[in-house]
Design a protein around this ligand. Structure first.
Ligand code: AMP
Length: 446
């Protein structure tokens, strides 16, 4: 099981690069191996050999809460009165400070600063019940985004929050079940995609097979739209069998219909801007070109050189193809603008080649105006350029000849069941109410 999990983590590396871990069970006890770093850095044959058994869960960490320390790398494991339990959590919880304070006052000792650990404490401190009942009770006390995989010595349990904010899919490989955030993990291990874990569902997989329990009353789903825009891999199918690449390409087509401009070539900010740029090119009839090349091997440990080199930060990742751009009117497609720094640097870099006639920025999502509290790492509202600047001000800032974003209506036109999405990053309408500390992140000015 650990070997298949390892491959799954490899396919899901884009979802988190800070740390990686696997927990396995041979039916008697749990084994865990985790470390800071990429999947390929954390695991090798020797490490995988320490993870025997027929059940395993794994996790790649991308931190939105809690620091980048080994304690926060998941799965998190605990031993309690019924044995051991481990958890892997995708998403961000809301308003857990009070609950955490209460647990700490009652004597709970937290190993990590990650919000995910709260599940383990609630499960361990339950007065009675089988693990599955304790898990059900624990998740009912928590609000926010959670796609969870838990395991005990004998069972694997998947849970998805009632809004289904983060994806979670069920697959099958031979006679074994597999669960993953995205179906690209299934492709690598030859598993077939059966269906998604439903919002509010708990799925128990053990020697008796598979058992589904509806934990929450139905609410309107709030699937994260940013998974389609940026986060998920284009070859994945998420949120009820929808292909990410197809959506991105259609967003590009819609963008072309909304904001056409006379130009010679369409280029993408790779990688996430590529499908939208291809869609834009097809719809507008303007040829797609490779205008920017991404270096895929830039590691986290990369050190900025002491000598000052112009645009170094962006150049190490992206470099323009001068020959393709010279003498051209260029449309640059990116999937999103957050702070505006990437677009500004790219426009400047393209102009500095010399000879490009015009640079038009087109964005295949609406202006990002709201921070995410549900698991996407976006800064506070003050840092989101579109929350405090007009489109014309953004154009000036990034020094483009023109700029245009996809409309919210256009986005909704492309998404299947468009009222089933959380679009708070584009609308500031948050599907789960929250109090407390997070509110200040919505303020525009201190
Ligand atoms: P910025 O430079 O802050 O405007 O960031 C925009 C760029 O970052 C775009 O090229 C996006 O594809 C990419 N991006 C958008 N959201 C995220 C995110 N949550 N994490 C990392 N990169 C992102």
């Amino acid at each position: 099981a650990a070997n298949l999990t390892y491959l799954g983590l490899y396919a899901l590396q884009h979802r988190g690069q800070e740390g990686s871990g696997i927990c396995s069970s041979d039916g008697r006890r749990l084994y865990i191996e985790k470390s800071l770093g990429l999947v390929a850095e954390v695991f090798n044959e020797k490490v995988l050999n320490k993870l025997p058994g027929h059940i395993a869960i794994g996790h790649n960490r991308y931190s939105t809460t809690g620091s980048s320390t080994i304690e926060n790398v998941q799965p998190l494991m605990a031993t309690y009165s019924l044995g051991s339990i481990a958890i892997a959590h995708n998403g961000n919880l809301i308003d857990i400070d009070t609950l955490r304070d209460k647990l700490e006052k009652e004597g709970a000792i937290f190993q990590s600063t990650s919000d995910s650990e709260i599940f383990l404490h609630l499960i361990a401190r339950a007065k009675s019940g089988e693990p599955r009942e304790r898990i059900a009770n624990a998740v009912k006390q928590i609000s926010g985004a959670f796609s969870l995989l838990l395991m005990t010595e004998r069972e694997l349990i998947a849970v998805r929050d009632p809004y289904g904010i983060r994806p979670l899919a069920l697959g099958k490989v031979k006679d074994a079940y597999v669960v993953a955030s995205e179906t690209c993990a299934f492709d690598l291990i030859g598993a077939s995609y059966i269906r998604d874990i439903n919002p509010g569902e708990m799925l128990i997989i053990d020697e008796n097979g598979i058992n589904s329990i509806k934990l929450f009353n139905s609410v309107k789903p709030a699937y994260c739209v940013f998974e389609f825009i940026y986060f998920a891999r284009p070859d994945s199918y998420i949120f009820d069998h929808v292909c990410v690449n197809t959506v991105r390409k259609e967003l590009g087509r819609q963008l072309a219909r909304e904001h056409k401009v006379d130009a010679d070539i369409v280029i993408a900010v790779p990688d996430s801007g590529v499908p939208a740029a291809m869609g834009y090119a097809e719809e507008s009839g303007i040829p797609f070109e490779f205008g920017l090349i991404r270096n895929h091997y830039v590691g986290r440990t990369f050190i900025e050189p002491k000598q000052s080199i112009r645009h170094f930060g962006v150049k190490i990742k992206l470099n323009p193809v001068a020959d393709a751009l010279k003498g051209k009117r260029v449309i640059v497609i990116d999937d999103s603008i957050v702070r505006g720094t990437t677009s500004k640097k790219i426009v400047k870099m393209i102009r500095e080649i010399g000879g490009t006639k015009e640079v038009h920025m087109r964005v295949s999502s609406p202006p990002t105006i709201g921070p995410c509290f549900y698991g996407i790492d976006t800064p506070s509202r003050q840092e989101l350029i579109a929350s405090s600047h007009t489109i014309e001000e953004i154009r000036k800032y990034i020094t483009a000849d023109s700029i245009a974003y996809l409309s919210v209506e256009g986005l909704k036109k492309i998404l299947p069941n468009s009222d089933s999405y959380c679009m708070a990053c584009f609308t500031c309408q948050y599907p789960i109410e929250f109090q407390s500390k997070k509110k200040h992140q919505l303020e525009l000015f201190k």
